[in-house]
Design a protein around this ligand. Structure first.
Ligand SMILES: Nc1ncnc2c1ncn2[C@@H]1O[C@H](COP(=O)(O)OP(=O)(O)OP(=O)(O)O)[C@@H](O)[C@H]1O
Length: 239
């Protein structure tokens, strides 16, 4: 990514990489039983880039994504997201960062079962205190974007897995985040549906100039990525 200043999703100039990781370490446990889940990982990703992170089960993908998304703290190293230091942020700052700058998509969709598709997508907007009329308008646009304009009133159990993941993608995009973090987003879907979700992710990342980090085992998902990084025993082996 060039060092030229570009305008971020929130209108402010973003210079350089949107995600920057330097010398990251995360260890669980102590002594002989310690697991070094992430060891000396450095990477950067720019606007409009979808980066796949692959690796076997236990390679450290989820741990890395949690550190980038401010869901966990490293033992050493640095994470900068959209110009903000994640590593040294207070809990309050991390909450704001996760609410305003980062969209999360998980393998298990994470939808609230008692809410309709539209209400699920509207949750981050409620948290951000977006007024109701504006919220409804934005939710309608997002559901249309993910191809679920006609399913707004359905509850998650009335939707297929692929449709539920589309709702989750719409929810992740609700606050117009700069960064999308997706942990095995196609893990519970058949290959065709997984591919459709991946194509959707790629389309929104490119159209909105977002930056996406997507952990996966799925070869079809790797195919649509702009770049693939491989983790092995917590180390990055290719960039
Ligand atoms: N909270 C934790 N406490 C102890 N060990 C942990 C914890 N979280 C992860 N680990 C360990 O760290 C290593 C990396 O786990 P991680 O979940 O990041 O891998 P992964 O590549 O995402 O695997 P998968 O594809 O199965 O989700 C594993 O050995 C795991 O057992």
């Amino acid at each position: 990514m060039s060092e030229q200043a570009v305008v971020g999703a929130h209108g402010q100039p973003v210079t350089g990489p949107v995600v920057l990781v330097e010398g990251l370490h995360r260890r669980f446990g102590r002594g002989e039983r310690a697991v070094h889940a992430v060891r000396d990982v450095s990477l950067s990703a720019g606007r409009g880039e979808l980066v796949a992170i692959r690796g076997r089960s236990g390679a450290g993908k989820t741990t890395l994504l949690n550190l980038v998304g401010g869901l966990d703290r490293p033992d050493a190293g640095r994470v900068v997201v959209a110009g903000r230091e994640v590593t040294t942020a207070s809990e309050r700052e991390l909450l704001d960062l996760r609410r305003d700058r980062i969209g999360f998509v998980f393998q298990s969709f994470g939808l609230l079962p008692i809410l309709s598709a539209a209400e699920n997508v509207g949750v981050p907007l409620r948290l951000a205190r977006v007024p109701a009329a504006q919220r409804e308008e934005r939710v309608a646009v997002l559901l249309e974007l993910v191809g679920l304009g006609d399913q707004a009133a359905q509850r998650p159990y009335e939707l297929s897995g692929g449709q539920q993941q589309r709702v989750a993608v719409a929810r992740a995009l609700a606050n117009d985040p700069e960064v999308l973090i997706a942990d095995e987003p196609t893990g519970q879907l058949d290959s065709e549906t997984g591919r459709a979700i991946m194509d959707l992710l790629r389309a929104v990342v490119h159209a909105r100039g977002m930056t996406a980090l997507v952990a996966t085992h799925d070869p079809a998902l790797i195919e649509v990525a702009d770049r693939t990084l491989t983790l092995r025993d917590g180390h990055l082996v290719t960039d």
